[in-house]
Ligand binder design. Structure first.
Ligand SMILES: CC(=O)SCCNC(=O)CCNC(=O)[C@H](O)C(C)(C)COP(=O)(O)OP(=O)(O)OC[C@H]1O[C@@H](n2cnc3c(N)ncnc32)[C@H](O)[C@@H]1OP(=O)(O)O
Ligand SMILES: CC(=O)C(=O)O
Length: 537
């Protein structure tokens, strides 16, 4: 099978993304995960740029990747000096990386306006920089920055730049669509022209996503002779990002029949994507093709009904091939098939004729009409199903919640206190707690009352709290009297879950979501204990 080399630049070009900053340790963790994924090259950074990247390469000399090759990045030497004296090139050599990649100018306006040097001098920079690095590099790559724009402006000059890199014995010429403005047809035509002019060159592609075409452009380049593709995990990168390897890799392997990861490693892709967004502390993009949480998620009843019979009816590949999984959502667009699939996921094997199915579907649609949104709050729905089917026990019964919020003066902190009365079995508990605002005070008082009976609540945390006003006059009287939906995301060391509440009173909506959240934690822990007890028998 033909192979395409994957060159990951998440740790270099990815960190040029507006919201992405990685410490040396973060970079090491991500490098280890990319190595585990099986990419051929990991571009670790620009050692001439900052001490963090320098330290990364020093660390990697001790604990380098096991199979991937580490690349260090830099530019051709400064015009005012020589290659031998250039600090950037010396830092590349000192990095000890087995692969050295430098970028150079190929577009005339970049030479005359950005570097402000004659065109001929730029050719010298390319040749001398690569010639200097040649003996220090296991592999030497040349990134022809703005190659496609340069080629459109002056094909002879852009090609002359590539020739200089070949003369200096670069192993690979990477054609870059740096501004991301090129169309797939143009990429194809220019790739063909370069291959005609330089048949001896090995070519790679580096595309940016300014026209949402970085993936398409990378695939077009491969169809027209590129043997090496650069990109980043989740498409992180400056402006609109880089070519997204999480789409490119499965497209190459599953649609184009080319190999780019070791056998079986494609299944690691979803985990790798989630890991990088977690370390980067960025929310994962749900609608990412292949590996996003929504990529194989079905909501419409018609779709779910067909997918139950044969998943190929609405899925272009099996989700497991990329380590993803199928999900089914519940909403007012659901049909009985959604309920059957969800119930099976919760451990109930229901039949379509079972009266519970219709009851659950009717309950779902009635509640969605009231504003509950179960596709975003599955824990609340799982509790509902378990209650209707008689499996969830009642952990506590809330008798009353009273909240006092007093603002003494305009510049003093407001003071909030919640009083909670509840019953656990035959015991009535009456507790008060203060908090930062009414929801926090209610949360603190509920836990204080319950932790004596359920100590495991101590490890539960509130992760996110969202309030949405439900479309104005149609619900409540509009404005500040509108109905609201509250979504609470909670978590413990094992998992996260989201619950929902709806009311015209924000405290009551929060109370519902909070109560579901606590019940869900207790229910889940009970289920775990039960599973363990069955295993132990
Ligand atoms: C397309 C790409 O993604 S390229 C990667 C872009 N990434 C980055 O820039 C991140 C890392 N950069 C840095 O840390 C810094 O910009 C450094 C250390 C490289 C340079 O910092 P400084 O010396 O302060 O220069 P500054 O950033 O202001 O300007 C860039 C300099 O590089 C020069 N330069 C730009 N491209 C090249 C090139 N291919 N070859 C030689 N010199 C170049 C510019 O002419 C300018 O030098 P000048 O001011 O003497 O004319
Ligand atoms: C080299 C590089 O990152 C670019 O041209 O976009």
């Amino acid at each position: 099978m033909q192979t395409v080399q994957i060159y990951d630049t998440t740790l270099r070009d990815g960190t040029q993304s507006e919201e992405l900053t990685l410490s040396t340790e973060d970079k090491q963790r991500i490098a280890a995960r990319l190595d585990h994924l099986g990419v051929a090259y990991i571009e670790g950074g620009w050692p001439g740029s900052n001490p963090r990247d320098k330290r990364f390469f020093a660390e990697m000399r001790q604990h380098g990747p096991r199979t991937a090759k580490l690349a260090a990045f830099g530019s051709t030497h400064a015009a005012k000096t020589t290659a031998h004296a250039d600090e950037n090139l010396l830092a590349l050599v000192e990095s000890g990386a087995p692969v050295l990649t430098i970028f150079g100018k190929t577009w005339d306006i970049h030479v005359t306006e950005a570097l402000q040097i004659p065109l001929e001098r730029n050719l010298e920079l390319i040749r001398d920089s690569l010639a200097f690095l040649r003996s220090h590099a296991g592999e030497l790559f040349y990134d022809a920055e703005h190659f496609f724009d340069g080629y459109k402006a002056d094909p002879a000059y852009a090609t002359a730049c590539l020739r200089k890199a070949l003369e200096a014995r670069a192993d690979l010429l990477v054609l870059c669509d740096t501004n991301g403005g090129t169309l797939p047809g143009e990429i194809a035509a220019i790739m063909d022209a370069v291959r005609r002019d330089l048949p001896e060159a090995r070519l790679g592609i580096h595309a940016h996503n300014d026209c949402e075409l970085a993936v398409a452009n990378s695939l077009a380049a491969v169809e027209h002779g590129a043997v090496h593709v650069q990109g980043t995990i989740n498409g992180y990168g400056e402006r609109c990002g880089n070519a997204n390897l999480c789409s490119i890799i499965p497209n190459l392997e599953l649609k184009m029949g080319l190999s780019c990861l070791p056998d079986g490693h494609l299944r690691r892709l979803s985990d790798a994507s989630a890991f990088v967004s977690e370390v980067a502390n960025l929310r994962a993009f749900k609608r990412q093709p292949y590996i996003g949480q929504s990529a194989f998620t079905h909501k419409g009843g018609v779709h779910v009904s067909a997918v139950r019979r044969n998943p190929r009816t609405y899925e272009h590949i099996e989700p497991e091939l990329v380590g993803n999984k199928r999900r089914v959502l519940l909403s007012d667009l659901a049909g009985q098939a959604n309920i059957l699939l969800k119930a099976r996921q919760y451990g109930f094997d229901l039949d379509k004729d079972d009266p519970f199915v219709l009851e659950l579907l009717t309950e779902l649609k009635t509640r969605e009409e009231k504003g509950y949104e179960y596709s975003a709050a599955e824990a609340s729905y799982e509790l509902l199903v378990n209650r209707v089917l008689g499996r969830a026990r009642s952990y506590f019964r809330l008798i009353s919640v009273r909240i006092m919020d007093s603002v003494l003066t305009a510049d003093a902190e407001p003071f909030t206190e919640a009083t909670v009365m509840l019953r656990v079995g035959g015991v009535v508990e009456h507790t008060a707690a203060t908090g930062k605002g009414p929801v926090n005070a209610m949360d603190c008082a509920l836990r204080k009352a319950l932790e004596r009976f359920y100590p495991n609540l101590g490890e539960m945390r509130l992760m996110d709290f969202k309030v949405r006003v439900l479309s104005g006059m149609a619900r409540g009287s509009g404005g500040t009297a509108s109905e609201v939906r509250v979504l609470i995301e909670s978590g413990d060391s094992q998992s996260r879950w989201t619950t929902v509440g709806v009311s015209y009173n924000i405290i009551e909506a929060s109370r519902q979501a909070l109560e579901d959240s606590i019940n869900y934690k207790l229910f889940k822990d009970d289920q775990k204990k039960l599973t363990q007890a069955i295993r132990d028998i």
